[in-house]
Design a protein around this ligand. Structure first.
Ligand code: CA
Length: 231
């Protein structure tokens, strides 16, 4: 089993939200929901979704404002969900960094196809290349399948652990500071609490390293951050 991609549905109309949630869960996505803009903005930094489905017409903050705010700190793929006739909003959303859009009412297969494409694109964009595999010694990371193996044995990482490992792997050989990592994972407004990162790293090492006290893959740069071994 690979780690499921987590999708945040931002939608105030419950029947639509329920429909999307059911569809996505049936297709093996992990789903979280926000009913309005405030809720979405507070959930995104803490839940780190892999993709956001953003309704443009929300009761409190409009979708465009949310997207603008998001794009100041994250490139998490956003698919905007618009009502028919919202042409101007849709274009504006794409101009300011939405990855795609879908118009209500939409079918299941269309929704799933949009999501797959956006996630695939963001995965290859983040790597800076079309690289989908990272290998060093016995460690292998398949970024698209979200699969981590050690000597061909699957390692079960949580979403956050996988994100940390992927981030380090994509910068293998370079030190990433605690702040770099926290900002990348939780946004620039996150409390710079290295303790959370340390706890996650301890768990990652327990899962990856034969001897966590003498790591082969992820090294600690004391007082600075972490560094992934290079191929
Ligand atoms: Ca709405």
């Amino acid at each position: 089993m690979t780690a499921k991609a987590k999708i945040l549905i931002v939608e105030d109309e419950e029947p639509i939200s329920n429909f999307i949630e059911t569809t996505l869960k049936a297709n093996d996505y992990s789903v979280i929901c926000a009913k309005n803009g405030q809720e979405a903005l507070s959930m995104i930094p803490s839940h780190c979704p892999d993709l956001i489905l953003l309704d443009l017409g929300l009761p409190d903050i409009d979708g465009i404002t949310i997207l603008k705010q998001l794009r100041t700190w994250t490139s998490t793929p956003v698919i905007v969900v618009s009502a028919r006739g919202d042409e101007a909003d849709k274009v504006e959303a794409l101009d300011i960094g939405a990855d795609d859009y879908i118009v209500k009412p939409f079918g299941t297969s269309e929704l799933l196809a949009r999501i797959r494409t956006a996630i695939r694109h963001s995965t290859s964009t983040h790597s800076g290349t079309t690289e989908t595999l990272f290998c060093v010694k016995g460690l292998k990371i398949d970024f698209q399948k979200r699969l981590v193996t050690i000597d061909a044995n699957e390692v079960h990482l949580t979403q956050i652990e996988f994100k940390i490992v992927s981030l380090l792997a994509r910068s293998a050989g370079r030190v990433l500071t605690y702040d770099n990592i926290i900002t990348e994972l939780w946004g620039p407004y996150a409390i710079k609490d290295n303790q959370i990162l340390r706890v996650n790293m301890a768990n990652i090492r327990r899962k990856l390293e034969k001897n966590p006290a003498a790591p082969e893959y992820i090294f600690t740069e004391v007082g600075i951050g972490y560094r992934m071994a290079e191929e």
